[in-house]
Structures are given as C-alpha cells and as structure tokens.
Design a protein around this ligand. Structure first.
Ligand code: FAD
Length: 493
C-alpha cells in the first residue's frame, strides 16, 4: 500500500509541503476550500489590468527555486525573477524623497546626505543587523524551536553568548533611536516591523535583522508578477503527481488513539498516514479539532495587523513612482497606537503603493498603471468595516494628493478592494491577520505553534500562523522544517 499524506490548504506553504512530501515517497492529496491554489498569493484581472491580490514584496527567491531543483527540474523552465536596483521609494509630506538603493554603498551615501546622518553610523547599523541575522537565523528561522537538538548546536551557544547585543529587551524603535537622530530615517527603519505585522514600538530590536534580508540579500520581482510563484509551484506539483481536491473544505481531522489518521471533508472521509494543516492554526484547533486539547496560551496571542487594499486602474503614468512606494504618515507612533491599541484606523495613514506594470508592462493598458494601494489595519475584531473603509479611502486619497500634488480620484478608472473581513473569508485566516500572531513581545517567537503536534501523532502544521512566521520566505521554511521531521520512504532520497 502506498503511504499517503493529506495537506489541508494550498497556500504557498501547503504547496511547498506537498512538493517536499512527494520527494519523500508519499502519495500527496491537497484539499482546498477555494477553486484555485495559492491562498493569499493570488491575482485578478479586471478591465485590462492584472492585480496581485496579496503579497507584493519578494525576498529569498532561492527558497522557491530549490523546490524545482529537489525534483531534478531546471527552475528557469518554470519560474524567473529579476533583482531590483531600487528597493523602495520613500516620500514624506515636506517633499523629502528617498529612493532606497539595493547597493549598500549607494544607500549609505545617499541616506547620510538626505537625512543628515553619519555614514559610519549607517554602516555600523547595517553590520550589526547582519550579525543579528547570522547569529539567529538558523535557530529562529531554519530549525524547529521546539526540538531540543536545536539548543545544543554550536550556533545556538554562540547566539546565547551574544544575546545582550541582539536588542531583545528593547523595542525596534528604541534600537533604531540608539543609532540615528533623524526622525525620518528612524521611521524608515521602524517600518520593517510591519513585515511581520507588528508595531515598531513593541516588537523587539532583534527585528532590525529584517532590513538585512532586503538590503544584503536583495528584493526581487517574479516575471509575470507575484502570482507566478503560485502558478509555477502548482505546475510542478501537478507534474510530480500531487492530487488536488478543489472546493473541498476539510471539516475535521480524524484522530484515533491520539494519532491523526485522516480527514473528513465536505464530501467524504479520507484516510492517510500523515495530516498536515496549512490552515491558520487557530481555526485548525477550533474547527477541525474541537474535542482535542488546545494550546490556549498560543491561540490567545495577539493577532498581527491586517490590511485594507484598494486596487485601482489609474489612467496616468507616474515616472516618480517605482514598483514599491511608501508615503509616510506624519505621526508613525500614533498610527501604530491606533492599529494595535485602539484597533481603529488612523486619519493620516502610511500608504503603500505597489505598481507591478513598472516591471511587467502587460499588467496595465498603455498609458495606465495598476495600483495596489494598501494601509495597515488592525485585525478584524468586529469593527464597522463598511464605515472604516469609506473613511480610509478618503484619507488615502488626501495623502496621495498632498504628496504627489495631484487629484488622484480623477484618474481612477477601475476599482475594487479587499478588507480584513474578506481576507478572513477568502483564506480562513483568524481575524484576517496577515501573519498569524503579532511579534509584539520578546517571547513571540517562542509562542508560535511548533510545526508538529505535541499531543497528536502524525499531525503537522505549516504556513504563516505557525513557526517560524508569516510572509512567503518563512512559510516556505515552515514546510521545510516539517518535512524534515517526516521519514523518507524512498531510497537515497
Ligand atoms: C494583502 C497582503 C499583503 C501581503 N504582503 C506580503 C508581502 O509583501 N510579502 C510577503 O512575503 N508576504 C506578504 N503577505 C503575507 C503572505 O501572503 C502570507 O504569509 C502567505 O501567503 C501565507 O501563506 P500560507 O501558506 O500560510 O497560506 P494562506 O495563503 O493563508 O492559504 C491557506 C489556504 O488554506 C485554505 N484552507 C483553509 N482552511 C481550509 C480547510 N478547512 N479546508 C481546505 N482548505 C482550507 C485556504 O482556502 C487557503 O487557500 C501578505 C498578505 C496579504 C493578505
């Protein structure tokens, strides 16, 4: 009898887990509530425009390409990407403009001049960030935090010896203030807290390793847009025999004698040797395992931020904008206070504009641009989103008008939006949070659910709500960590 693994959900982590488990010799079945793969990593075509609906920033592309290599395929036959020279264009209301270059020396020179900072301090900051990343990535990102062997490696002992230098006990904002005087440069580096849906005024200073990921390792654009990550992995999964069951929701994980033995879907019961949930960890327990013991402390963790996105077809070309653009709020601290404490929207939001037709011309008709306009929001706690979305739209338009000196509403030719409620509905992400739990405490990394169950044998977890965290690279790493724990059946594989 072939041995089987069932994956619940075809988000990026579910696809990667399926691909890895085929390599280990399993027959893999993926169950997906939606009619399409990819979860948040999906796209939509409207009136001649193509919009990536979810993630827009792509780092660590080798975590995608290694999945093709694992199966002896040449990645470029499936998936291609280009490195960006400019990471992001930053704008402030007083007219300050800063294009963050990926070349470190350029970045330092330009940042020192724009923000009136000492280049040596910038250099030291970037070096210290690299050190934090090098010391901790193998513990926090590449291995299970929940297996004792992780704590007995040389790397872990070295990290522990350097713990005082990591900024674990102070916030990212306090860490950044210790290096710089310029409020704008501090704001720029504080922004990296949003990469895992957290507040820079609460998340620990160790998160300053995130700019290192962008600045040393680079940011990339997949040819054809972000959705080509999903499309290429789906193609690979089909070629290697993964079986997909679309529009078939899993309703229960079947457990017998403390062992996962299969699932009940909306259509029938399927038995398997392993069950891997790519569904958000909160509803996995609450909906699929209602009678089992729940890790309440983990499930109670504060949720990460969510987002409100307007997808606009714009009848104008903006040479001053690039693929990634940020229009900063005048009061960043108050903005995060609204998102995480008041659970409300701020009247002067930081606006992120992503324009993929800058790289992929066919994403918008000639003379137009496809704008993905996003603000960070609280997770969904039952706020009146209808009212909040209308107000946010008007605040976003004011911000864009004031910084770009235009009346942007005159140029919007196509429009739809996505709010936290829809994010929750589309992907079953608890409260519509983008990254599972927030990392607003120094213990956050330890309070993410492991990639395996402590109580139920043969049950594993992957995706943005479990270890090591949200975002495409970490989701891919979650699948790697879990598949390393499942025995290989194939000779020499
Ligand atoms: C607007 C937005 C912007 C973002 N920006 C970025 C970015 O720039 N860069 C970045 O790296 N990350 C970004 N992220 C985060 C990133 O998208 C996620 O961390 C990642 O895609 C989550 O992948 P996942 O594997 O956890 O699954 P998800 O994408 O959450 O998918 C889970 C899948 O499981 C399915 N499912 C759930 N329950 C069941 C069930 N019971 N039965 C069957 N199927 C089920 C769902 O339908 C869904 O398809 C963003 C997210 C959003 C929404």
């Amino acid at each position: 009898m072939p041995r089987t693994a069932i994956v619940i959900g075809s988000g990026i982590a579910g696809l990667a887990a399926a691909i890895r488990l085929v390599k280990k010799g399993y027959v893999v079945k993926v169950f997906e509530s939606n009619s399409y793969p990819g979860g948040k990593l999906h796209s939509k075509r409207v009136s001649g425009f193509r919009f990536d609906l979810g993630p827009s920033l792509f780092t660590m592309p080798w975590l995608v390409t290694e999945l093709f290599e694992l199966h002896g395929k040449n990645p470029v036959d499936y998936f291609q990407y280009v490195k960006k020279d400019v990471i992001c264009n930053y704008f402030w209301e007083d007219g300050t403009f800063f294009p963050a270059e990926s070349d470190k020396d350029f970045f330092i020179r330009r940042a020192a001049a724009t923000f009136d900072e000492n280049p040596n301090k910038l250099n030291r900051y970037l070096k210290d960030n690299k050190k934090k990343y090098d010391l901790t990535s193998s513990i926090f990102l590449e291995n299970s935090l929940h297996k004792t062997k992780t704590y007995f490696s040389k790397k872990t002992l070295k990290a522990i010896a350097n713990i005082a230098t990591m900024g674990i006990s102070k916030s990212l904002d306090v860490t950044n203030r210790a290096y710089f005087n310029s409020p704008k440069l501090i704001q720029l580096f504080n922004r990296y807290a949003t990469y895992n849906g957290s507040s820079p005024y609460k998340t620990p200073g160790i998160m300053s390793m995130i700019p290192h990921l962008e600045m040393e390792m680079g940011t990339y654009f997949p040819k054809g847009g972000m959705h080509s990550i999903t499309k290429s992995l789906f193609q690979l999964a089909n070629e290697i025999g993964v079986q997909f069951y679309f529009e078939e929701s899993v309703k229960e994980i079947v457990v017998k004698n403390k062992k996962a033995i299969g699932i009940k879907s909306s259509k029938e019961t399927y038995f398997s040797d392993y069950v891997i949930s790519n569904m958000d960890i909160h509803p996995t327990y609450k909906k699929l395992l209602p009678l089992e013991k729940h890790p309440d402390r983990i499930l109670r963790q504060e949720r990460s931020s969510s987002a409100l996105i307007f997808y606009w077809g714009i009848q104008k070309v903006f040479p001053e904008l690039d693929l990634h653009n940020i229009l900063f709020s005048n009061d960043y601290e108050d903005e995060f206070n609204h998102i995480f404490d008041k659970k409300n929207l701020y009247n002067d939001p930081t606006v992120y504009i992503n324009i993929t037709c800058k790289e992929n011309k066919s994403d918008a008709p000639e003379g137009y641009e496809n704008w993905f306009v996003m603000i960070n929001t609280p997770a969904n706690y039952g706020q009146n989103w209808h009212k909040l979305v209308a107000k946010a739209r008007s605040n976003i338009i004011s911000k864009i008008n004031s910084i770009l000196n235009i009346n942007i509403e005159d140029y919007i030719s196509t429009e739809f939006n996505l709010d936290p409620v829809a994010i929750e509905q589309n992907t079953c992400s608890y409260r519509g949070a983008l990254y599972g739990a927030a990392s607003n405490s120094k213990f956050a990394a330890f309070l993410r659910h492991p990639n395996f169950s402590n109580n139920i044998k043969n049950l594993y977890f992957c995706g943005g709500s479990v270890h090591p965290g949200g975002g495409i690279p970490l989701c891919l790493l979650s699948s790697k960590i879990l598949s390393d724990q499942i025995p290989s059946l194939s000779n020499g594989k």
